[in-house]
Write a protein that binds this ligand. Structure first.
Ligand SMILES: Nc1ncnc2c1ncn2[C@@H]1O[C@H](COP(=O)(O)OP(=O)(O)OP(=O)(O)O)[C@@H](O)[C@H]1O
Ligand SMILES: [Mg+2]
Length: 276
C-alpha cells in the first residue's frame, strides 16, 4: 500500500484572529487505492482541510503545517507550481455543480480545458478523449455540445467527475459531491466514484456528514470535531467500535443500520458530560 498524501500538523486560522483555530493540528495519511472519508458536522473544518490541500484557501485565512504529496511538500509551492498539481495530479469535485460549471461554455469544452492545459491535447485527440470521458461517467458523448443548464443535476455532477478525473489524478478529493442530489442519483454517483477509484487506482478523500455514505464507500474514516481530528480508523473500527465520545454521539444519533442516512443534531450537554 503506497502512501500518497501525508498531512502533518495542519492549522488554519483567520489572519485577523490567529488564535481561532478553524483546523487544529490535523495529521493524517492517505493511501493509493483507498477511500478515506472525513466526517463531522457542519463547521468542523472538513472543507477547509480539503481547500488547504488544494492550495485554494481564502486570502483571509492562513495555514501552517505540511502537505506532503508524493513525497513533496506542496504547501510550499508558489501559485504557478501549484496550478500544475491541481487538476492534473490532484482532482477535486465540489458540492454544488452549478457554481463550479461555467453556464456559458459547453460541457465538452469544460471537460477539455484541463486536458489542453495540462496534457496539451488538441483537435481529434482532444475530442476523442472528451467522448471517452463522458462515456466513462455514463453520459452519451453527443451531450458534449450541451450547456450545463440543459443537463439534470445528476448529469452535471457526472460532468464534474469527468473534469476531475480527465488527467487521471493520483488523488481525488470530493467535498460532499452528492449532497445536492436525490437519494437514487446519489447512490449511482457514489457507485461511479467507487468504480473509477478502483479502475484508476486513485486515492480518494471523500468529505461527508452522512454515515450512510461512509458505510457505503469508506475504507478509512477520519472524524473531525470543531477543527480537530478526534478519531481515525478503519470504517469497521469507527462505525462499530467508536472510541471518542463525539463519534459515539454522532453514531448514537443514528437509530440503526438502516437509519444510517439520518443524522440528527447532537446533544452537546450530553457530549460534555461523557467527554469530561
Ligand atoms: N474565510 C473564512 N473566514 C473565517 N472563517 C471561515 C472562513 N471559511 C470558513 N470559516 C469557518 O471555518 C469553520 C470550518 O469551515 P468548513 O467550511 O471547513 O466547515 P465544514 O466542516 O466543511 O462544514 P460543512 O459541513 O457545513 O460544509 C467554520 O466555522 C467556518 O465558519
Ligand atoms: Mg464543507
Amino acid at each position: 500500500m503506497t502512501e500518497i498524501l501525508n498531512i502533518q500538523h495542519l492549522n488554519v486560522s483567520p489572519k485577523n484572529d490567529v488564535t481561532r483555530m478553524l483546523v487544529n493540528h490535523a495529521s493524517f495519511t492517505l493511501s493509493t487505492g483507498k477511500t478515506t472519508c472525513i466526517v463531522g458536522e457542519s463547521g468542523s473544518g472538513k472543507s477547509l482541510t480539503a481547500l488547504t490541500i488544494m492550495g485554494l484557501l481564502s486570502k483571509q485565512l492562513q495555514a501552517s503545517g505540511h502537505v506532503i504529496f508524493q513525497g513533496q511538500d506542496i504547501s510550499k509551492l508558489d501559485d504557478k507550481a501549484m496550478q500544475k498539481v491541481r487538476g492534473a495530479k490532484i482532482g477535486m469535485i465540489f458540492q454544488e455543480p452549478m457554481t463550479s460549471l461555467n453556464p456559458v461554455l459547453t460541457v465538452g469544452y469544460q471537460i477539455g480545458e484541463p486536458l489542453t492545459a495540462h496534457l496539451g491535447l488538441k483537435g481529434t485527440t482532444l475530442k476523442n478523449r472528451i467522448s471517452a470521458l463522458l462515456q466513462q461517467v455514463g453520459i452519451p458523448p453527443e451531450r458534449a455540445d450541451s450547456y450545463p443548464d440543459e443537463l439534470s443535476g445528476g448529469q452535471r455532477q457526472r460532468v464534474m467527475i469527468a473534469m476531475s478525473i480527465a488527467c487521471e489524478p493520483a488523488l481525488l478529493i470530493a467535498d460532499e459531491p452528492t449532497t445536492a442530489l436525490d437519494v437514487t442519483v446519489q447512490a449511482q454517483v457514489l457507485k461511479l466514484l467507487n468504480e473509477l477509484k478502483t479502475r484508476m487506482n486513485m486515492a480518494m478523500l471523500f468529505i461527508t456528514h452522512d454515515f450512510g455514505v461512509v458505510a457505503d464507500i469508506a475504507d478509512d474514516v477520519i472524524v473531525m470535531f470543531r477543527g480537530e481530528i478526534v478519531e481515525t480508523g478503519t470504517c469497521e473500527q469507527v462505525l462499530h467500535h467508536p472510541q471518542h465520545p463525539y463519534t459515539k454521539a454522532l453514531l448514537a444519533c443514528v437509530p440503526d443500520a438502516e437509519g444510517l442516512k439520518t443524522l440528527k443534531p447532537i446533544d452537546y450537554a450530553w457530549l460534555k458530560e461523557v467527554a469530561a
